[in-house]
Design a protein around this ligand. Structure first.
Ligand code: NAD
Length: 263
């Protein structure tokens, strides 16, 4: 029988997680008894309410959650995020680099340095720097447990197909994330750290708030399953890749896209 009991007690830091797929994953981890760090760049009602919900959800399983405010677009804040998580929980067993976003749309001829920096900092600097500061703790976790530690980053279908018009830098940033994981597999497998990507297709979150109902229907028509995915349908992919159950899987991209693209 499949056994996810190793998740109980694991220290799981999830970036960009007060809404959307990050929040849905936090719920699953806490239900399985994990100690979860929830993060956003703002301390708002969503953050406070989610942490209260998670701590209630974790009462049976022993799961718990804290919130750490940090703007992932700044390296110093990425360092602070890791430091505060470790100060509270004493280490890191699983890092979910979920924070990211479109950062706006722009055709090539209108792109300026500010736009480029925003999209790249939000999607690339964030994952690079949080991972960089988390590595010593992930390495220690693997050594202590005698099992692999796990890094999972949220990529995108856009990384595979180039993204919509105006989202080229975003798509390329996600391709950068997919590829740097392949490099990290080479550098850190000896330390017992695994790196995998969850690549969502079109998932019903605030990410698509700028789209009309008509456009959403048109996009749904391009998906084999004929609809957007839900955040609850993506969360299990993170749990699977965090668990020792997936201990021989590293350097892979797990597409969760309802058949929108079959690479
Ligand atoms: P969302 O917009 O629902 O939630 C994003 C979360 O990140 C929120 O908690 C927000 O507060 C936080 N956040 C935003 N900027 C931040 C910053 N600078 N520092 C720290 N936290 C910040 O997002 P979602 O749609 O669930 O997307 C999650 C991830 O999935 C992103 O990396 C996104 O690029 C990727 N993705 C989304 C889709 C989709 O269809 N929704 C598809 C492919 C990939």
């Amino acid at each position: 029988m499949l056994d996810f009991s190793d998740i109980k007690g694991k220290r799981v830091l999830i970036t960009g997680s007060t809404a959307g797929m990050g929040a849905a994953s936090a719920r699953e981890f806490v239900k399985l008894g994990a100690k979860v760090g929830v993060n956003s760049h703002v301390t708002d009602a969503a953050a406070t309410e989610l942490v209260a919900e998670l701590n209630a959800l974790g009462q049976e399983s022993g799961g718990e959650a804290i919130f750490i405010e940090a703007n992932l677009m700044e390296s110093s804040q990425c360092e602070k995020l890791v430091a505060e998580f470790v100060q509270h929980f004493g280490g890191i067993d699983v890092l979910v680099n979920n924070g990211g976003g479109l950062g706006g749309r722009s055709g090539l001829e209108a792109i300026d340095d500010a736009f480029y920096d925003r999209v790249m900092d939000l999607n690339c600097r964030s994952k690079l720097m949080v991972t960089r500061f988390a590595i010593p703790y992930l390495r220690a976790s693997a050594a202590e447990r005698g099992k692999t530690a796990s890094v999972i980053s949220t990529g995108s279908i856009a990384a595979r197909e180039g993204g919509g018009i105006g989202a080229g830098v975003y798509a390329a940033a996600k391709a950068w994330v997919h590829d740097i994981h392949r490099n990290w597999v080479k550098e850190f497998t000896k330390d017992g750290i695994r790196f995998n990507i969850v690549a969502p297709g079109t998932i019903d979150t605030a990410f698509h708030a700028d789209k009309s109902d008509e456009l959403k229907e048109k996009i749904a028509g391009t998906i084999a399953m004929g609809r957007f995915g839900t955040i609850e349908e993506v969360a299990p992919a993170f749990v699977f890749l965090a668990s020792d159950i997936s201990g021989y899987i590293t350097g892979q991209v797990l597409d969760v896209n309802g058949g929108q693209m079959c690479p």
